[in-house]
Write a protein that binds this ligand. Structure first.
Ligand SMILES: [Zn+2]
Length: 337
């Protein structure tokens, strides 16, 4: 793959990839609308038939094929999206705007109880390759850094209740595979730790390649550290200035002038950790390639406070070393009999 460049049209930022879940909803809505319309119109059609005027007969003759055509078209419009079912899992994990948040970070809805919220979340308490983890010298770097392309521009900044997110368009070429960026979102405090140290903020750029196989999903992650001289990144400070507008879960605002150059540079040019892990939110699906920047990005105090006031706390606890038994399983086995 060649020609991975950084600048593209601004509107690309806002071209959200439609998902199979969106498609299913669209299909349902269109089908429902079609049926409702048919039910509403049918008595009128019967009346028209009984009255028997030429105009009404011709109306009936035309309306029935049109209704049938709309019904078929509604199915045809919705169906192509089912070609990408793998994206649905990402939305369940990351896009809570489509339904009320079904998980949280406190009490029984919190990380300890995620597996109990749905049978789909079993890996949260049984998986041996769970994220986040403590990153140290035992976690090696990738053979070659990724090539990352994210166009500058504008995007919708959404409060999903469990994170704040910008649906985005971009591409990352890594390990011989091309991954499509779907969205990026934030956690406070950081989910990953580096040599046991936590950080105030972490960004996750969630990618999907075609196919369902192991390694078809990639997350680029970086932690942020507070600076004493006010240094920060343009992307985070721009979002921080607008984040008060989405303080309420379910709200969103359009943010202009987003530039990811500083963050992209870290992934392309600096040392990374690479490991196989999981989504850090339900359903905790495994087989995710994680690339985490070894050095933290700069974060000014004002931006940090603005993010924290809205995000509050959305960090899963540190999981066991990759390949070792899930900590919840270990803890359960140690309960007094
Ligand atoms: Zn995340």
């Amino acid at each position: 793959m060649r020609g991975v460049t950084h600048n593209m049209a601004a509107s690309y930022y806002n071209r959200r990839t439609k998902t199979s879940r969106d498609a299913a909803r669209l299909k349902l809505i269109l089908t429902k609308q079609c049926v409702i319309t048919a039910i509403r119109i049918s008595p009128a059609i019967v009346v028209h038939l009984k009255r028997g005027s030429n105009f009404n007969r011709s109306l009936t003759m035309y309306s029935l094929p049109i209704l049938f055509g709309v019904f078929i078209a509604s199915l045809a419009v919705a169906s192509p999206e089912t070609d990408i079912p793998s994206q649905q899992e990402f939305l369940i994990a990351n896009d809570e705007s489509l339904s009320p948040a079904h998980f949280g970070y406190t009490g029984v809805k919190g990380p300890i109880g995620w597996a109990g919220l749905s049978p789909n979340n079993a890996l949260c308490s049984t998986g041996s390759w769970q994220s986040p983890i403590n990153l140290n010298a035992s976690i090696g770097p990738p053979a070659v850094n990724p090539k990352v392309r994210i166009p500058d521009g504008y995007g919708d900044f959404e409060n999903l209740g469990t994170t704040v997110e910008v649906p985005a368009v971009g591409q990352t070429y890594f390990g011989g595979k091309l991954y499509q960026l779907q969205q990026f979102h934030f956690h406070t405090p950081s989910e990953h730790r580096i040599n046991e140290e936590y950080f105030p903020l972490e960004i996750h750029l969630v990618h999907q390649a075609s196919g369902e196989c192991h390694g078809s999903r990639l997350v680029l992650a970086a932690v942020f550290e507070i600076t004493t001289n006010g240094a920060t990144t343009q992307l985070v400070s721009t979002l921080a200035r607008q984040i008060h507008k989405i303080a309420v879960p379910g709200s969103k605002t359009r943010v202009y002038g987003l530039r990811g150059g500083e963050i992209i540079s870290v992934f392309q040019n600096y040392r990374l950790y690479q490991y196989y892990g999981s989504l850090t939110t339900p359903p905790c699906s495994e087989g995710i390639i994680w690339l985490v920047a070894q050095a933290p990005l700069p974060l000014d105090v004002g931006s940090y406070l603005a993010f924290k006031r809205v995000l509050k706390f959305n960090s899963r606890y540190t999981q066991n070393t990759p390949g070792l038994e899930n900590l919840i399983k270990v803890a359960a086995s140690q309960l007094p009999k």
